[in-house]
Design a binder for this molecule. Structure first.
Ligand code: GTP
Ligand code: SPV
Ligand code: MN
Length: 602
């Protein structure tokens, strides 16, 4: 295995873009003394810098150049096979007290944790280049926008951060020279990429992150889950806004009526796909546009919620992506894309399970081994990813750069549930919607290390990402609702319900437009529903199911069914979950559960 961290020596004019802020210089100096890198590379985000880093990464085999005719300006990276997903068991919230981190987070005492991590970081960058990556999260003129600096010894991280964030000079300028300005301090080192020395630690009270021992995705692109969600959610509560694991999409009718919705689905449960949805033929004239595919920062203005996407690119799940399932994603990744852990074909192209067309007769799999269609192993890792600039998205929403954000008409929660959860229902009001979000569950996926397919509660899809006590997070949601005079309606969807023989009942992808249309029509008060104990549910005639050949009326009934027996189990599971949180759950949500149980009895 090549060492992704070997030092490089840039020519004059590259890597010497030192910011003028003394606080940054002091911090970098401290980390330099600790980690003892061979040299320091100050990133400016320029094209020239990027070209240089790519050429060095190719030399050191950190990247593989793809066939530039088939995949222009695109590269493949293989991570260490022991390092292919987020590691929740090694992710820590290091608040002064354990109570602040709450029952759902791993906690460790900040002083001890700093000591332990500094021990691991001591001399860790010897023979390596230490990169300093300035970046901003959020549109440049948004009041929510945050500045971060990530120190890293991984070129792959630098190249990815350039795609995923607004990186370089833009952040240095925004920070200016005020030594008291607010910015996030992120330190990342690969160390020896050993799972036993892998820790992702957050110090919200210091606006600081330290990540060691991994080179993969959400563990190391500190802008994303670490800053935009864990530290972000902590700041959001203090400052009165919301940082959520949500896509943001725009949906426009043929008449030009436009709505925005935000949707929280757990990792690998369909956010990117929903955010880029192409309506089926029957919906001629309807258009869906993407504001964001993973994270929403939302603030209150004029009694409404307004959302911005803090990111600048998409770090998306590759397997299953095809011109059939998600043509907009395919167009986005046709060029300028950094692939991680997909297969390499003999003609230098990329391949993965679920890509269009027949599998190649021979390929090199994500581990670097020979692969044929007869191989037992998967060619691409189930959590293989693309990083691609959002500019490549053919349906990028025109308001994606608006600092004020876009007004949110509906919030949608959803998860992967083979049973129990109907295709869609609407919560009665904000408080009930908060309950629906707080009791959300989903079958686990390959996005995090550990068992796959196990149902677990994942409140608001934030279980791995809430940077403080989950009880306070629920309270923050309830409080936010009180401040909204024009709150979004709240819905729950399930694209993943299965029939008795284990097949998905709903075709999903583009056909999710049918559900989205009902949601929009509910927001406009122009479509009916029936009241069930769990919320408002469309009757079959309330959904536009024209030209939906593949779903029989019986299957449709199954999809919309609320089975009392399954819901008894579900409600007792809610109770167990709340109990497991050890008394932090707000009374209003306990009351919501009793009301829900009561509605089944009456
Ligand atoms: P993260 O990036 O991990 O946060 O994931 P995500 O929520 O953006 O999920 P994504 O859209 O990448 O989808 C994950 C997997 O679910 C892919 O394999 C998709 O093909 C599959 N998927 C997405 N939408 C649907 C759907 O409507 N129906 C079905 N059956 N599968 C879907
Ligand atoms: C997720 O797991 O929700 C992701 C991928 O979006 S990662 O950036 O690895 O967290
Ligand atoms: Mn995600």
């Amino acid at each position: 295995m090549n060492n992704p961290a070997t030092a490089i020596s840039p020519p004059a004019g590259i890597g010497d873009h030192k910011p003028a802020n003394q606080a940054v210089l002091d911090w970098v100096h401290e980390v330099e003394l600790l980690t003892q890198p061979e040299n320091i590379f100050w990133c400016d985000g320029s094209e020239r810098e990027n070209d240089f880093l790519i050429s060095e990464s190719l030399k050191q085999e950190v990247l593989i150049k793809l066939n530039q005719k088939k995949a222009p300006r695109s590269y493949l990276h293989r991570s260490n096979p022991n390092d292919v997903a987020r590691v929740e068991q090694f992710t820590f919230i290091c608040t002064p007290t354990k109570a602040e981190a709450g029952p759902t987070n791993n906690w460790s005492e900040p002083g001890e944790t700093y000591s332990k991590l500094h021990g691991l970081l001591k001399g860790a960058m010897r023979g390596r280049t230490m990169f300093v990556v300035p970046y901003i999260m959020g549109p440049p003129d948004s009041p929510l926008t945050k500045i971060g600096f990530e120190i890293t010894d991984s070129k792959y991280v630098v190249l990815s951060m350039r795609i995923m964030t607004r990186m370089g000079e833009i952040a240095v300028k925004r920070l200016g020279s005020d030594p008291k300005a607010e910015w996030n301090r992120g330190v990342h080192s690969l160390l020896d990429v050993n799972p036993e020395r892998r820790f992702i630690c957050h110090f919200p009270q210091d606006n600081a992150i330290i990540s060691v021992g991994s080179g993969y995705g959400g563990n190391v692109l500190l802008s994303k889950k670490c800053l935009a969600l864990r530290i972000g959610s902590y700041l959001a509560r203090k400052q009165g806004w919301l940082a959520e694991h949500m896509l943001i999409l725009g949906v426009e009718s043929p008449e030009g009526e436009k709505h925005y919705v935000a949707a929280a689905f757990p990792s690998a449960c369909g956010k990117t796909n929903f955010a880029m949805l192409i309506p089926p033929k029957h919906f001629a004239g309807w258009k869906v546009t993407t504001v964001g595919d993973d994270i929403a920062w939302m603030q209150i203005r004029d009694g409404r919620l307004w959302a911005v996407n803090p990111e600048n690119g998409y770090f998306g799940v590759v397997p299953g992506t095809s011109y059939k399932s998600n043509p907009n994603a395919m167009k986005s990744i046709e060029r300028d894309t950094l692939y991680t852990n997909v297969a390499l074909t003999d003609d230098g192209d990329v391949w993965w399970e679920g890509k269009d067309g027949p599998p190649p007769k021979h390929a090199i799999d994500w581990r670097g081994n020979d692969w044929t269609p007869d191989s037992k192993e998967k060619a691409a890792h189930p959590n293989s990813r693309f990083a691609t600039p959002m500019r490549n998205n053919p349906v990028l929403d025109p308001h994606v750069e608006d600092g004020d954000g876009v007004p949110i008409s509906a919030i949608i929660f959803g998860g992967r549930r083979s049973d129990t959860m109907p295709l869609v229902f609407q919560a009665f009001d904000w408080e009930h919607g908060t309950y629906v979000g707080s009791t959300m569950a989903s079958e686990t996926t390959a996005a995090a290390a550990g068992a796959v397919g196990k149902v677990r509660r994942d409140p608001m899809a934030m279980l791995p990402f809430c940077g403080y006590n989950i009880g306070d997070y629920f309270r923050h949601w309830l409080e936010t609702g009180k401040r909204l005079t024009n709150p979004p309606l709240i819905f729950h969807v399930n694209w993943f319900r299965k029939s008795a023989d284990g097949k998905f009942l709903w075709p999903g992808f583009g056909d999710n437009m049918r559900v989205l249309k009902w949601i929009i029509d509910r927001c406009e008060g122009r479509v009916a529903a029936t009241e069930s104990p769990i919320g408002h549910i469309p009757r079959m005639q309330d959904l536009d199911l024209d030209e939906l050949g593949c779903v029989t009326p019986n299957q449709m009934r199954e999809l919309l069914n609320v089975n009392a027996e399954e819901w008894q189990r579900e409600i007792s599971d809610h109770a167990k979950f709340f109990e497991s949180l050890g008394g932090v759950v707000p009374d209003q949500l306990e009351k919501q559960r009793k009301n829900l149980a009561g509605r089944f009895k009456s």
